[in-house]
Structures are given as C-alpha cells and as structure tokens.
Design a protein around this ligand. Structure first.
Ligand code: GLN
Length: 216
C-alpha cells in the first residue's frame, strides 16, 4: 500500500454532498488538487471526513432531501465542530443562516443572509472574469447559474468578491462560499484552499499530533 493510500496519510478525504445537483465535477476537481473525494448520500458517509463540499443544484430540494435522511443534522454537528466546508451556489444558500425568500431547510453555519436567483431573468446565467484578491492576482473565471448573492454579512464574515455591488464570495473561518461555480470553469483555487484546510485539520487532530511527537 502506498503512503497516499494509507489511512491517516496523504490525501485528505473530502466529502461531496451528492443527493442532488452538480456534484460529479467537484469530485473530479478534488481529485486533481490532491484530495480523495467521497460521495456523501447518508449520514454514515460522513465518517472520517476532513472537509465537505456542498455543490450547486436546487437549494430547496437539496435541503429537503438532506433533512429527510438525517444528513442536515449530522452535518450541522460536524460544522459546529469545525469541519471545513466549501459551498457553491445552492451550497452557499444551504450554508447561509437565512434567505430573503423565507423558510427552507438550511444548514446555516455562516453569518450571511442570501437572496436566491438574485441576478434576475436576463442574467440568469453568465460567465465573467471576477477579481478575488484573496485568491491571487489572476481573475477568477466565474460561471453564474441562477445564482444567489449575499444580501447581508455579519462582522465575522470576509466578503472576498463583489459583482454588481453584491457579495458573491465570502469566508468565515474555515467556511468558504461562492455564488458561482468554480468547478465548471476549471478554477482550482477554492478547492485548493479547502484541501489546505482539510490537511491542517487532519494534522491538528490529537492522534496525529501524538504521532508527530513520537516521531521526533
Ligand atoms: N437557483 C438555485 C437555488 O436557488 C441555485 C442554482 C445553482 O446552484 N446553480 O437553489
């Protein structure tokens, strides 16, 4: 068994919520940036994950299906325990504490209020070069599909990019959200960020720290 394939070493295990929506592209991209993607369809799939991706799709369906299977409660506990997460489009909505459109099952976790389908009819879908200075000087090739925007953000939230005067990417601790789909344009930096957080979490776990102390 190679070191990369040995549990506890090498590639971090990153879950991709795979109940509905655009999840396959995330798994491909995670593989390309050095993670082991894990399809998450039921609470048992969450075991041993170092991070999670919440993909795009339809946030009401995604929330309802995840709620019915018990995934929403289980994930909420993991996020409260510090599991790093990346939410894209519908995934950003699910990570928000509230939507402007009223009640729907959400995970919460990030102190943002989002407006669903915020860009209106003409601009339901579009692609643009977006400045995201926190991710480097090179603009992000951002694909927006019936995307939300951030209507309000709490003091602990860093809004990383704006489009048409509204927040479209944000970070709060180890949670990152984008209103657009980095996985559809080959944009790797958000997934790389998540892999780094996942590695830090794995290396910071008490049993791993002990291993390092013993090895010294
Ligand atoms: N419009 C969808 C929603 O509100 C999100 C679209 C997407 O994830 N591409 O749930």
């Amino acid at each position: 068994m190679s070191e990369a394939a040995t549990p506890g070493f090498g590639r971090p295990r990153i879950g991709v919520l795979s109940v509905q929506g655009a999840f396959a592209e995330h798994a491909d991209l995670l593989t390309r940036v050095g993670a082991e993607p894990v399809d998450v369809r039921s609470p048992g799939d969450l075991e041993g994950l170092d991070a999670i991706v919440l993909p795009g799709g339809e946030s009401t369906t995604l929330g309802l299906v995840a709620h019915e299977s018990g995934l929403l409660d289980a994930l909420r506990d993991l996020l409260a325990g510090g599991l790093p997460a990346l939410g894209t489009c519908a995934g950003m909505i699910v990570l928000a504490r509230e939507t402007t459109g009223g009640a729907q099952p959400l995970l919460g976790g990030m102190d943002i209020v989002v407006r669903r389908n915020a860009f209106g009819r003409q601009r339901n879908s579009f692609e643009t070069g977006l400045a995201v200075p926190a991710m480097g000087a090179e603009p992000v090739d951002a694909v927006f599909i019936r995307a939300p925007w951030i209507e309000r953000a709490g003091a602990g939230v860093e809004v990383l990019a704006q489009y048409a005067g509204h927040g479209v990417a944000a970070r709060q601790g180890d949670l990152m959200v984008t209103a657009f789909h980095p996985e559809l344009s080959g944009e790797r930096r958000f997934h790389e960020w998540l892999v780094t957080r996942a590695r830090e979490r794995r290396e910071g776990a008490p049993e791993r720290r002990q291993d390092r102390v013993r090895a010294q």
